[in-house]
Design a binder for this molecule. Structure first.
Ligand SMILES: CCC/C=C/C(=O)SCCNC(=O)CCNC(=O)[C@H](O)C(C)(C)COP(=O)([O-])OP(=O)([O-])OC[C@H]1O[C@@H](n2cnc3c(N)ncnc32)[C@H](O)[C@@H]1OP(=O)([O-])[O-]
Ligand SMILES: Cc1cc2nc3c(=O)[nH]c(=O)nc-3n(C[C@H](O)[C@H](O)[C@H](O)COP(=O)(O)OP(=O)(O)OC[C@H]3O[C@@H](n4cnc5c(N)ncnc54)[C@H](O)[C@@H]3O)c2cc1C
Length: 615
C-alpha cells in the first residue's frame, strides 16, 4: 500500500536520540549479519507463491493446511539452496531467528517446523556416525517429526507406554501401542505430512525394561504416502493456534523396524541383545534441552514483534485529552500505556541476550559431553528449565498486555496480536510445562541448599546461599548490583522456606515424594526475602517513572531498531508507515461477507421472519 507516512510517526522518528541502525546491528550481533538477514528476506520476498492474497483466517481448516504445506516445501527448497548456494547462513543467533521471515510467510506455523527443527537435529545429536551417514542425506525422502507425547502422558515422560521390544531372532524392534492412553498425540507434522518419525518408547530386551529410547520409524510409504501396515495415523483437529502444523496421533500395531534404527550414539543394543548403557541416563532427553534453549530467543523475537505493533499504534492513536482544554493526545503519552509497552521492549532485549548466552553455553556443554565430561549438564538443565518456563510465561503475558494496549483494534486478527499470543502461550505448555519445569529447577536449588544447611562445601555459584545463612547480605542498594543482590536473597530465602517445609513434612512421617508435592507451591512461588524497605521501594518506583519519561521520546526508535519488516509483522496496526485506519479498511474489504451487497442468507432466513406478517 502506497501513501505518506503518518505525521505523528514522522515526528517520533525525528525525536529519537540514538542511532537506530547501530542498535539493529547490536541486535543482529553485527552489521554483516544484518546485511545477510536482509539479503535472505529480499530473496524470499521475491518468491510470489509464498505470499497470500487472501488472509488465511478466511480459509477452512483443510485449505489452511494445504496452503501452508505448499509454501513449506517452497521454503524447504529455498533453505537447501541458501545452504549450498551463494548466500551463506551462520548460526549467529539461534536458527529460529535467522529465518524470521518465515513468520510472515506462515503467520501461523510452518508445518515442517519439527522436521527442520527437531527431527534432523535429534538425528545429528543422538545417532551414531554410521546412522548419520545413512540418514542425513541432502536428497533424503524422509519427512520426519519428533514423537514423544502420548494421550495419557506428556509431562511425566517416564510414564510413556509405547514399547520397543527387541526380537533377536529377526534382529528387529517391535513397536507397539498397548492401549488407548499410549497413542502418540500432539507431534507437529505427524497428522498428514510426515512419512517418518523419531519415536520415544520403553525399550524391552528379554523381558527387562531399560527405559526410554529413541527409534527411527517409517510410518508412510515414501512413494504413495499411504500409512504402512500396522500404523494408525491422523490429525488431532483444530487448536487455539498452530493450526497449520497438522499435529497428529499415531498408534503402532506390532510394527517392526531394524535394530539399527535405534539412535545409537550414546547407547547401544548389540546383535545378541546386549545393552550398552549411556554415560548419563538423561542424554536421551537432549532434544528437549536444546529446544528449551532455542525457545528463549524465539520468544524474545515474538516480544519484539508485539512491542513494535503496539508502540507504533500507540504513537498513531489519539484518544482523550490529558487536560480538558487540549487536543486529544497520542495514547503513548499516557504513563500507564508506557508502563505496559516499555517493559515489553525491555523484556525482549533481556531474553534476547539471555537466549544468546544460553545458546553459547549449550554449545560449550555439548562439546564437553562429546569429550565424555557430563559435569555441566545438571546446571544447564536447571537453567534451561527455569528460563524456558519464565520466558514463555512472560512472553505470553506481555504479548497479551500489548494486545490489550491496542484496545478493540488489538482484538482484530488483522492486528496479528491474537496470532502472536496463540503462538507464545503454546510455548508455556509444550517442550516442558511451566510448573513442571520450575520444579526441576527447584529440585536443583534444594539440593544445594541441603549442602549449605549441612555446612558442606558449595560451588562458587551458590556461595550466596552461605551468605544468606550467615546473614552476610548487604544493605539494599538502589542500583543494578543492589537489585542482583536482592534477587539472590530472594532465591536463597525462597529455597530455604521450601526446604524447611520439605523437612517438616519429612519429620511428620511423609515419604520424600509426598513431602515434595506438599511443598510444591512454595517451590514455585516467589516471596520477598531481601533487605528492601518501604523507602527503597518508593525510590525504585520514582526512578522507574523517571526512566519511562526518558524512554518516551525514543520509544518508536527502539521498536524501529528491531527492524521487523511489514511483511513479517502482518499487522494493520504496526506497519512502518503508521497508516492504521487505511489498512484496517483495506483488510475489512477482503472479508467474504462484503462480497455481496445483500447476503443470500437474508432471503433464506431473515426476510421470512422479519417480513412474515407483511408478505
Ligand atoms: C514447536 C513445538 C514443539 C514442541 C515439542 C514438544 O513439546 S516435544 C515433547 C516435550 N516434552 C517435554 O518437555 C516433557 C517434560 N518432561 C520432562 O522433560 C521429564 O519428564 C522431567 C525432566 C520433568 C522429569 O524427568 P524424569 O522423571 O526422568 O527425571 P526426574 O525428575 O526423576 O529427575 C532425575 C534426574 O534427571 C535430571 N534430568 C531430568 N531431565 C534432564 C535433562 N534433560 N538433562 C539433564 N538432566 C536431566 C534431573 O535434574 C534429576 O537429577 P538429580 O536431581 O537426580 O541429580
Ligand atoms: C502446540 C503444541 C505442540 C506440541 N508439539 C509436540 C511435538 O511436536 N511432539 C511431542 O511429542 N509433543 C508435543 N506437544 C506436547 C507437549 O510437549 C505436552 O503437551 C507438554 O509436555 C505438557 O504435557 P501434558 O499435555 O501431558 O500436560 P500435563 O502434564 O497433563 O499437565 C496438566 C497440569 O498438570 C500439572 N502437572 C503435571 N505434572 C505435575 C507435577 N509433577 N507436579 C506439579 N504439577 C504437575 C501441570 O503443571 C499442568 O497444570 C505439543 C503441545 C502443544 C500444545
Amino acid at each position: 500500500m502506497g501513501g505518506r507516512v503518518n505525521e505523528d510517526l514522522i515526528k517520533e522518528r525525528r525525536k529519537c536520540t540514538f542511532d537506530i541502525k547501530e542498535l539493529t546491528h547490536i541486535i543482529d550481533c553485527g552489521e554483516e549479519n544484518t546485511i545477510k538477514r536482509k539479503q535472505i528476506d529480499n530473496y524470499i520476498l521475491n518468491i510470489k507463491e509464498l505470499w497470500d492474497d487472501v488472509p488465511e483466517e478466511y480459509l477452512s481448516h483443510k485449505e489452511r493446511y494445504e496452503n501452508a504445506i505448499k509454501k513449506a516445501f517452497i521454503v524447504l527448497k529455498v533453505l537447501r539452496q541458501l545452504h549450498t548456494g551463494n548466500i551463506q547462513i551462520t548460526d549467529h543467533r539461534t536458527p529460529t531467528n535467522v529465518y524470521s521471515i518465515q513468520d510472515g510467510i506462515f503467520r501461523n506455523v510452518n508445518p515442517l517446523l519439527i522436521h527442520i527443527g527437531l527431527f534432523w537435529s535429534t538425528i545429528a545429536a543422538q545417532a551414531s556416525t554410521e546412522q548419520q551417514a545413512e540418514w542425513l542425506q541432502p536428497d533424503s525422502s524422509m519427512i520426519g517429526t519428533y514423537v514423544q507425547t502420548e494421550l495419557g502422558h506428556g509431562s511425566f515422560i517416564r510414564g510413556i507406554e509405547t514399547t520397543a521390544t527387541y526380537d533377536s531372532t529377526t534382529d528387529e524392534f517391535i513397536l507397539h501401542t498397548p492401549r488407548l492412553s499410549a497413542y502418540k498425540w500432539w507431534p507437529g507434522g505427524l497428522g498428514n505430512t510426515a512419512n517418518a518419525c523419531l519415536v520415544m518408547a520403553q525399550l524391552y530386551i528379554n523381558g527387562t525394561c531399560h527405559g526410554l529410547h529413541i527409534f527411527l520409524a517409517q510410518i508412510r510409504d515414501f512413494d504413495t504416502h499411504k500409512p504402512l501396515p500396522g500404523i494408525k495415523v491422523g490429525e488431532i483437529g483444530p487448536k487455539m493456534g498452530f493450526n497449520t502444523a497438522d499435529n497428529g496421533f499415531l498408534g503402532f500395531d506390532n510394527h517392526r523396524i531394524p535394530r539399527t534404527n535405534m539412535l545409537m550414539k550414546n547407547v547401544q543394543v548389540l546383535r545378541d541383545g546386549t545393552y550398552v548403557k549411556p554415560k548419563h541416563d538423561k542424554l536421551t532427553y537432549g532434544s528437549m534441552l536444546l529446544t528449551r534453549v532455542t525457545l528463549i530467543s524465539d520468544l524474545a523475537y515474538q516480544l519484539s514483534k508485539a512491542a513494535t505493533i503496539a508502540v507504533r499504534y500507540s504513537a498513531v492513536r489519539r484518544q482523550s485529552p490529558i487536560k480538558s482544554n487540549e487536543p486529544e493526545r497520542q495514547i503513548l503519552d499516557f504513563v500507564s500505556q508506557q508502563h505496559k509497552l516499555f517493559i515489553t521492549i525491555a523484556s525482549s532485549h533481556v531474553y534476547r541476550v539471555v537466549g544468546l548466552w544460553m545458546w553459547n553455553s549449550h554449545k560449550r556443554v555439548t562439546a564437553d559431553i562429546h569429550e565424555g565430561n557430563m559435569g555441566q549438564l545438571p546446571e544447564l538443565h536447571a537453567l534451561a528449565c527455569c528460563l524456558k518456563a519464565i520466558s514463555s510465561r512472560d512472553a505470553s503475558a506481555l504479548v497479551e498486555q500489548c494486545r490489550l494496549a491496542c484496545g478493540g483494534h488489538g482484538y482484530m486478527m488483522a492486528s496479528n496480536l491474537p496470532q502472536i499470543y496463540a503462538y507464545t502461550t503454546a510455548a508455556v505448555t509444550y517442550e516442558g510445562e511451566y510448573t513442571v519445569l520450575l520444579l526441576q529447577t527447584a529440585r536443583y536449588l534444594v539440593k544445594f541448599w541441603r549442602l549449605a544447611a549441612e555446612h558442606k562445601p558449595l560451588p562458587q555459584n551458590f556461595a550466596y546461599f552461605e551468605d544468606y545463612i550467615k546473614k552476610n547480605f548487604e544493605q539494599w542498594r538502589n542500583s543494578p548490583e543492589g537489585i542482583i543482590e536482592g534477587f539472590k536473597a530472594i532465591v536463597a530465602g525462597k529455597t530455604k522456606a521450601a526446604y524447611d517445609t520439605l523437612q517438616c513434612n519429612l519429620r511428620n512421617g511423609r515419604e520424600f515424594e509426598e513431602a515434595w508435592n506438599m511443598a510444591s507451591v512454595q517451590l514455585t512461588n516467589a516471596s520477598e526475602y531481601s533487605t528492601i524497605s518501604r523507602n527503597d521501594i518508593e525510590a525504585l518506583q520514582s526512578r522507574y517513572e523517571e526512566l519511562l519519561a526518558l524512554i518516551r521520546p525514543n520509544a518508536v526508535g527502539l521498536v524501529d531498531a528491531f527492524d521487523i519488516r511489514d511483511e513479517v509483522l502482518c499487522s494493520t496496526l504496526g506497519a512502518y508507515d503508521g497508516r492504521v485506519y487505511e489498512r484496517m479498511m483495506e483488510e475489512a474489504s477482503k472479508s467474504p461477507l462484503n462480497e455481496d451487497v445483500v447476503n443470500e442468507s437474508f432471503h433464506k432466513y431473515i426476510r421470512p421472519v422479519t417480513m412474515k406478517n407483511k408478505l
